[in-house]
Write a protein that binds this ligand. Structure first.
Ligand SMILES: NC(=O)c1ccc[n+]([C@@H]2O[C@H](COP(=O)([O-])OP(=O)(O)OC[C@H]3O[C@@H](n4cnc5c(N)ncnc54)[C@H](O)[C@@H]3O)[C@@H](O)[C@H]2O)c1
Length: 265
């Protein structure tokens, strides 16, 4: 019988804000680096700087975990690593399946960072019969016909979709019907899922488009300059004034300024 598939993140049921949940991996990454250097304690300021977060926000975030540190000493690094890992559900094994083992799927399968963070790639699945049995990242690719069986046998609750956009919804529906309750979607399409299923979307081209927007602003070429003289450019975007755009840009920066590369679906 499959295990773990009805697990919901305890963090939400315990009332930790989503924004705090989204920062926990940043703290964990910084803390893991400290732990690897055998640093025993860290101040909120040092940890905030290492995680790229404002220190007052960090203290507030940690208060949700019931972790307040010791005045003059700071936070115990090992204990915080444990606490945050537990809060994120990383103290247990999460088998994942990847569907669509083309260029991107194969690259993801070869990425060692999943396993080191507790995500075991249980199966690689592709619909192309020519891919079946092929070795990718040391695993034999399995045919999509067996998707339901593979999910059941491995107790999978997290699926990664790296198929073409046109196939993604159908793959998603099959994953969900088979018991998957969390999906990481790389395909450039919006997925419909029933209540109780979480979808996170990664789209690097959107990130590049946002960077292009800011590059354009830095170069002092706001669309409004061109729009004013251009024919047929209308709409709210063309009405943005330069100072407002500059303010928006400034608002994005600061200690928490990075827009996460993984956007909520
Ligand atoms: N999110 C991002 O930042 C990002 C970056 C690159 C690519 N992509 C997207 O990722 C997807 C994959 O890109 P790619 O370059 O690897 O494409 P690809 O064509 O190399 O690979 C797609 C694979 O999916 C398989 N496939 C098709 N239908 C399937 C189905 N129903 N079930 C199982 N497997 C199926 C194909 O056989 C193929 O092996 C595309 O949707 C692409 O747009 C996203």
């Amino acid at each position: 019988m499959a295990t773990g598939r009805t697990h919901r993140p305890a963090t939400r049921s315990r009332g930790i804000p989503e924004a705090t949940v989204a920062r926990l991996p940043l703290y964990l990454r910084a803390l893991t680096a400290l732990s690897e250097r055998s640093v025993p304690t860290v101040s909120s300021e040092e940890l905030a700087a290492a995680a790229g977060v404002n220190s007052a926000k960090l203290r507030k975030d940690f208060s949700y975990l019931g972790s307040y540190g010791t005045r003059g000493v700071g936070y115990d690094v090992e204990y915080l690593v444990y606490q945050i890992s537990r809060e994120l559900g990383l103290t247990q094994d999460w088998p994942i399946v990847m569907v669509g083992i083309g260029n991107l799927g194969a690259a993801l399968a070869n990425y060692g960072g999943f396993a080191s963070r507790g995500f075991r790639v249980a199966a690689l699945i592709d619909a192309d019969p020519a891919m079946t049995g092929k070795s990718v990242a040391g695993m034999a690719v399995q045919h999509a016909d067996d998707l339901e069986k593979i999910i059941d046998e491995n107790g999978v609750s997290i699926g990664v979709i790296a198929t073409p956009a046109g196939a993604a919804q159908q793959v998603c529906d099959r994953l969900v019907a088979a018991g998957v309750t969390s999906i990481l979607n790389f395909a450039p399409t919006v997925l419909s899922v029933p209540d109780g299923v979480d979808v996170r979307k990664v789209d690097l081209s959107i990130e590049l488009q946002i960077l292009a927007f800011h590059e354009q602003r830095k170069a002092g070429e706001s669309p409004v300059d061109e729009a004013e003289g251009a024919v047929g450019v209308e709409g709210p975007a063309a009405k943005v004034t330069k100072p407002a755009a500059a303010k928006n840009n400034a608002d994005r920066k600061g200690p928490d300024g990075d827009v996460p590369a993984v956007m909520p679906a």
